[in-house]
Design a protein around this ligand. Structure first.
Ligand SMILES: [Zn+2]
Length: 426
């Protein structure tokens, strides 16, 4: 074991006794059980009066959970509950990206939860074949650049947050992990030249691991089509997180970049929830030790983070649609599996099929169409500059859109979220 890893494990163990177990394998450690759930529930009810009243009604006056059936009776939490927690005692207060109109939500974590998340991240990276100190390139939207955000944070008096992120980005990731952030702007989704420049900047780092959102990966792969690869000669794996990943994108990344592709389901609110394996074929292994995943009647994923003792996240509506399955993966691991299909937004095709973003991507990614968006608010197909009715017609055909839907065309005004995310269904 290398020295950096030894030092990190030793430091982590000072923060959490089970740090090594969590870092040792994704889904490792033992953090659940009714006692833990009851502890989180007591805390949440004490801090959130409205939630407390809803729990009392759901549990018919009983204060504690006697079984997992009781747990499944608890009211669902949403962003309002998370926003109602006070910020006291948090080591880290993380602001989510906020896709589309959903807005930001802050997640407050104490030291134990931060340590659990960091240990889980180490397990994720090692599953992807990375070893401590291996060169990593992480593609980041400019909106996340530390020094870009620093003046506003300091002006708002958020010194603790700024210091925490400086530690994370520059001391831990840069120096200890050997990770280099490569920043991009929203232009990569409308300009192939900008996407190619991003691909070249990432390749020039000669990374062993590439971490990226699926949206930026799509832009990079599209820009590289029909060209000689600009390097990536040492690349072993691509790790994606943050938006829906189509199977077609995963396949093209593996073939084109010669690297194994790993997809992760994670969020600011919940941490690292699920991770694919090379045999799982679009499904992801759920982290059974630290999370409880459920599926609401409409297909929405509902998730509990067992590690958050400060501002408990219990049966939280994720706003994401997915499938859950129980059983054995081809790799031999048993346990819950997740297939993430996209945000709740969907479109309907002419055959009446309700499709989410992952399926939309698979219908268009291989076609060579430019990036576009189906904007339900204006019933328009939004396109990059220079594209017009001809491209819109090709989009309609590729997707088999409902006749009359998305009739209008808007050029040059792709909507990029405040966190720099591109979604086909903004
Ligand atoms: Zn597997």
């Amino acid at each position: 074991m290398n020295l950096r890893k030894k030092a990190v494990l030793a430091a982590g163990t000072l923060l959490r006794r089970d740090f090594r177990a969590i870092a040792g394998a994704f889904g490792g450690g033992e953090r659940g059980g009714l006692a833990v759930l009851n502890d989180r529930l007591v805390k949440a009810r004490r801090l959130l009066p409205e939630y407390d009243a809803a729990c009392a009604a759901a549990l018919k006056g009983s204060g504690a959970l006697a079984s997992m059936e009781d747990f499944r009776r608890l009211p669902l939490m949403g962003r309002a509950e998370l926003a109602a927690y006070s910020g006291r005692g948090a080591l880290a207060s993380l602001k989510s990206g906020g896709t589309g109109s959903a807005g930001h939500v802050e997640t407050r974590l104490d030291t134990g939860a931060v340590a659990a998340r960091y240990a889980a991240l180490l397990a994720v990276l090692e599953t992807a074949g990375w070893r401590m100190g291996d060169k990593t390139a992480a593609l980041h939207p400019r909106e996340y650049a530390f020094f870009e955000n620093l003046p506003a944070r300091l002006a708002a008096g958020k010194f603790g947050g700024a210091l925490f992120e400086f530690f994370q980005q520059y001391l831990l990731y840069r120096l200890v992990h050997n990770r280099k952030n490569v920043y991009y702007g929203g232009g990569i989704f409308s300009s192939p030249e900008a996407a190619l420049a991003l691909a070249e900047a990432a390749a020039s780092e000669r990374p062993v691991l590439l971490i990226t959102r699926p949206d930026a990966l799509m832009a990079v792969l599209r820009a590289l089509r029909g060209r000689a690869l600009p390097g990536f000669d040492r690349l072993k794996a691509v790790l994606t997180v943050g938006t829906a990943l189509g199977d077609t994108v995963r396949a093209e990344a593996q073939e084109r970049l010669g690297a194994e592709a790993f997809n992760m389901y994670a969020s600011t609110e919940l941490g690292y929830v699920a991770l694919s394996c090379p045999r799982s074929n679009g499904w992801l292994h759920a982290d059974q030790a630290g999370h409880i995943l459920e599926r609401a009647g409409d297909g929405e994923l509902v998730c509990t983070d067992l590690d958050n003792a400060l501002a408990p996240v219990l049966r939280y509506r994720t706003g994401d649609i997915g499938e859950l399955a129980e059983g054995a993966c081809a790799c031999g691991t048993r346990g819950p599996l997740l297939k993430f299909r996209g945000r709740k937004d969907r479109f309907t095709d002419a055959a009446g099929g309700r499709l989410y973003e992952a399926e939309l991507i698979d219908r268009v990614f291989g076609t060579g169409l430019p990036f576009f968006q189906l904007d339900a608010a204006s019933s328009s197909i939004l396109l990059p500059p220079g594209a017009g009715e001809k491209e819109a017609a090709a989009v309609r055909e590729a997707l088999g859109l409902l006749p009359g839907a998305y009739g209008a065309v808007g050029a040059g005004n792709l909507k990029i979220s405040a966190s720099g995310k591109f979604c086909f269904l903004p």
